[in-house]
Design a protein around this ligand. Structure first.
Ligand SMILES: Cc1cc2nc3c(=O)[nH]c(=O)nc-3n(C[C@H](O)[C@H](O)[C@H](O)COP(=O)(O)OP(=O)(O)OC[C@H]3O[C@@H](n4cnc5c(N)ncnc54)[C@H](O)[C@@H]3O)c2cc1C
Length: 397
């Protein structure tokens, strides 16, 4: 067990999908997956919106564009076959003014090139699908966007992995590696044939031990959700604004969950340490000082609108402000119906240090001994299986 062919660090959706994909390629491989937490889906893979995205946001040459459509099809089939919860509700993208219509055109065009099932609707047609929707003249409709329960999906995949003979060890934290490529954890040592880093919020730190991620660093962005207390069925479709395409976040939207309830969010508030979920939990002074310094630098000098983003996002700590933003998307939104904050999720967003820019696409680095998944940001849950195929295609079995 301590000298597997592949040792994978990180038991989120990416580590799990890579383990399953390797095993599918070669049943004989010995694969061990390490997860530092005691519970499944404790980080992004269990704290996301649970939306299976369709793939029309992304520029056609990007890995995101390549993987999202296929990933959506894979997980949709998986949920239907395994009888896991899925709400195939579809999604509307709405405009608030003439300027948004231009961006909407860009999204439609990207969707067309990426061969996504996407439709331009009039305001009236959009209202027929979702009577509460508000839009300026036009809307986009994506029928293939749906909702799943991410922890249910991850649990099912890990059960599959165990059945396939993959060893999954919880409460097992990667701590470092020796010059001889021995991997040290909190309780053990491993000497794998190949090491795969799918460490989410810590992927950059782990990669640096192997001489990678030298140009990059992860910045945490907090995603807050505000739940509606309306009865299920209050919204028929997800409703998203046209995003600011200068950054990778989609803007506060109405998400319909698997149980047909609605939630607003997520925000993209700059975090102050990596696991900055609530209060001072998991506080790290070292992280606070380095992340704080980086954010101050970006606030005054960035090559993307960080200051604008930070100032806007911080306001979303107020549920009144969140409700106000949602009023731009839908009718009959009242702050009294949105009182319950949900579980916070944190995006492990990579920045290019010298360029002072957020990295928008997925990024993987590595060599013959190690592979590092550095920017598994949204929609990496949706895209996880084609993403894993891409990671493993360099290996000869
Ligand atoms: C607020 C929010 C909303 C999102 N919404 C969507 C969405 O609707 N649709 C979508 O497709 N994507 C969405 N995403 C993105 C998606 O959740 C992530 O892209 C995906 O979960 C990344 O998976 P991962 O396995 O890389 O990361 P994680 O789930 O974070 O897994 C990494 C794992 O590595 C472990 N780890 C870290 N360090 C160590 C160590 N030293 N030793 C051992 N283990 C370690 C962690 O404990 C963690 O479990 C969202 C993300 C957020 C934060």
């Amino acid at each position: 067990m301590n000298n597997p062919d592949f040792l994978i660090t990180g038991g989120g959706i990416i580590g799990t999908a890579i383990a399953l994909t390797l095993k599918k390629k070669n049943k004989k491989l010995k694969i061990t997956l390490l997860e530092k937490e005691k519970t499944i889906g404790y980080h992004a893979s269990g704290r996301n919106s649970g939306v299976l995205h369709a793939g029309f946001y992304y520029t056609p040459e990007s890995l995101k564009a390549k993987f999202t459509k296929k990933g959506n099809e894979f997980l949709t089939d998986y949920c239907l076959t395994k009888k896991l919860s899925i709400n195939q509700c579809g999604k509307l993208v709405v405009a608030k003014d003439e300027k948004d219509l231009d961006q909407m055109k860009t999204l439609f065009e990207r969707g067309r090139i990426n061969e996504i099932d996407i439709h331009e609707l009039t305001e009236k047609e959009a209202k027929e699908l979702e009577p509460r929707v508000k839009t300026f003249k036009k809307a986009l409709f994506s029928p293939k966007t749906s909702s799943v329960d991410p922890i249910e999906v991850l649990t099912s995949l890990q059960q599959d992995a165990i059945k396939e003979g993959i060893t999954i060890i919880y409460d097992q934290k990667y701590l470092g590696k020796s010059k001889e490529n021995t991997i040290k954890t909190n309780t053990d040592h491993f000497t794998p044939g190949h090491f795969i880093n799918a460490g989410g919020l810590y992927a950059d730190k782990i990669a640096k031990d192997f001489g990678f991620s030298s140009d990059y660093e992860i910045l945490p962005f907090k995603g807050l959700y505000l739940y509606s207390n309306e009865a299920p069925g209050g919204f028929k479709k997800h409703i998203y604004p046209v995003p600011d395409l200068r950054n990778p976040f989609l803007g506060v939207h109405v998400t319909v969950t698997v149980d047909r309830k609605a939630k607003l969010g997520p925000t993209a508030i700059p975090g102050l340490w990596r696991e900055n979920y609530k209060g001072f939990s998991s506080f790290s002074l070292k992280e606070f000082l380095s992340i704080g310094k980086r954010e101050i630098e970006l606030f005054f000098n960035a090559n993307f609108p960080f200051r604008e983003l930070a100032l806007e996002e911080i306001k979303k700590n107020s549920r009144y402000y969140m409700a106000k933003k949602a009023m731009e998307l839908a009718d009959h939104i009242y702050p009294k119906n949105f009182k319950t904050w949900g579980k916070v999720g944190i995006r492990a967003q990579l920045i290019h240090i010298k360029d002072k820019k957020l990295v928008s696409d997925f990024l993987i680095e590595g060599d013959t001994f190690s592979t590092h998944v550095l920017n598994a940001v949204s929609p990496a849950f949706t895209a996880s299986f084609p993403f894993a195929e891409h990671v493993v295609e360099k290996f000869n079995f």
